[in-house]
Design a protein around this ligand. Structure first.
Ligand code: ATP
Ligand code: MG
Length: 206
């Protein structure tokens, strides 16, 4: 398949849930993306890496979650690269691997709010477009304050889309599992079973 537009969905995916999936699918449909590639971070720059589940397990959960969508893929690029997973390195890779292809980096509104702390944010904005999706709990009006923090090139390269709000987060799912609460309908069934069968996120592990 000749890919002319590519969505990149970065994240820790600890674990992947329907909030990630609906964000990627809405962005894909709205912008007519040929494909969306989910890229689990090896070491996310903005989180305490010590509490994060092993990258191969997180990768496997993404693999299971996207199986029934032929437009979705998972990549081990950041896992294989090792070290801290900077988006700039990933986007540079895709720019050279898919010359002439339009690259869209998909993220939730909460990620936008910390964008000024991202490595080489300005250069990154010149290499791709950002698709920012709404997320319950984060107000698009706060964007006004962000405008002062982020350079103009960034805003020129950003599109916002409203998606059906799912107030689901990986941290809440981990917390729920560790306290014995149900997580059904928050993430694909296969991933839920995998978590339970392998005793992931049990007490003391979160
Ligand atoms: P955690 O609670 O551990 O931070 P998370 O649910 O925020 O996990 P991440 O892996 O940190 O998941 O997020 C990856 C990307 O997906 C981010 O850009 C984030 O904004 C976006 N995202 C995650 N959950 C949602 C959601 N419910 N709605 C919209 N976007 C989301
Ligand atoms: Mg997060």
């Amino acid at each position: 398949m000749n890919v002319t537009s590519l969505g990149i969905m970065g994240g820790t995916f600890d674990p992947i849930h329907y909030g990630h999936l609906i964000a990627a699918e809405c962005a894909r449909l709205e912008f007519g993306l040929d494909r969306v590639i989910f890229i689990p971070a090896r070491i996310p720059p903005h989180k305490d890496a010590s509490g994060i589940l092993n990258e191969d397990i997180r990768y496997h959960m993404v693999e299971m979650a996207i199986l029934n969508n032929p437009a979705f893929e998972v990549s081990d690029l950041e896992i294989k690269r090792g070290g801290i997973s900077y988006t700039i390195d990933t986007i540079e890779y895709y720019r050279s691997a898919y010359p002439g292809c339009r690259i869209f980096f998909i993220m939730g509104l909460d990620s936008l709010f910390i964008m000024d702390t991202w490595k080489d944010a300005e250069r990154l904005a010149g290499l791709c477009r950002f698709i920012v999706v709404t997320r319950p709990g984060y107000n698009i009006k706060d964007e006004e304050q962000m405008r002062e923090k982020l350079p103009p090139i960034f805003w020129k390269h950003t599109d916002f889309i409203q998606i059906p709000g799912l107030d689901i987060s990986s941290s809440d799912i981990r917390e729920r599992v560790s306290t014995g609460k149900p997580i059904r309908y928050m993430l694909p069934e296969e991933v839920e079973s995998y978590i339970h069968n392998n005793n992931l996120y049990r007490e003391g592990q979160v």
